[in-house]
Design a protein around this ligand. Structure first.
Ligand SMILES: Nc1ncnc2c1ncn2[C@@H]1O[C@H](COP(=O)(O)OP(=O)(O)OP(=O)(O)O)[C@@H](O)[C@H]1O
Ligand SMILES: Nc1nc2c(c(=O)[nH]1)N[C@H]1C(S)=C(S)[C@@H](COP(=O)(O)O)O[C@H]1N2
Length: 167
């Protein structure tokens, strides 16, 4: 199964072109290598709730990707609004991904408790928030990667509840 994946970077500096988006590059490499995913859409927006919501809605409703990974804007700074934008567009919460990421990340750094990342589902798309830094991205993604193919299989109806593909 070749999963269709979108990357959304929420970053004021990134949207101004002031910094190379190495976090998105880390996501792309890990998704391509680990779950044979295809990045079909990539967008950088400033830390504005409306712009993040609009990008998430387009990626789900128009591009119909299986998975959206956001990076950035999950911390405590006043401009960090990625979790609020995500909660505004999802139909159902799927908190286990964010819980697992924080739990496993706490073993790397106590700063992990500063992440307000959320995870949920809009239609048939799984949306997961990752932190902004490349290190945070790779450590958080590593915590959930193994479960993604099964989760996406169930969500998209391409896999039964048993962990194997239906005929
Ligand atoms: N997309 C990114 N690519 C590479 N490094 C990033 C990215 N986003 C954040 N970082 C780095 O991660 C660290 C913490 O991220 P944080 O979200 O606080 O970034 P920031 O630069 O303050 O935010 P913003 O980009 O919204 O202005 C910083 O060292 C920052 O440079
Ligand atoms: N595994 C892991 N999780 C992590 C980090 C990290 O370095 N590794 N950084 C933390 C920090 S310092 C912050 S502020 C929050 C939120 O990051 P964001 O505001 O860039 O989204 O993620 C946290 N989660």
């Amino acid at each position: 199964m070749r999963w269709k994946v979108a990357i959304l970077t929420a970053s004021d500096r990134g949207s101004l072109g002031e910094r190379e988006d190495t976090s998105a590059q880390v996501i792309r490499e890990l998704i391509e290598e680990e779950i044979n995913g295809e990045i079909i859409e990539y967008r950088v927006v400033p830390d504005e709730k409306d712009e993040i919501m609009a990008a998430l809605i387009e990626m789900t409703d128009y591009f119909k990707v299986d998975l959206i990974l956001t990076t950035g804007g999950t911390g405590l700074a006043l401009r960090d609004v990625t979790p609020e934008a995500t909660l505004s567009v999802i139909d159902r919460q799927a908190p286990g991904f964010a819980e697992a990421m924080r739990m496993i990340s706490m073993q790397k750094t106590p700063r992990a408790m500063l992440s307000r990342a959320v995870s949920g589902i809009r239609s048939r798309t799984l949306i997961i928030n990752l932190p902004g830094s490349p290190k945070g991205v790779s450590e958080n993604l590593a915590a959930i990667m193994e479960q993604l193919p099964h989760a996406l299989g169930i969500l998209t109806g391409r896999e039964g509840d048993h962990g194997y593909e239906e005929a």
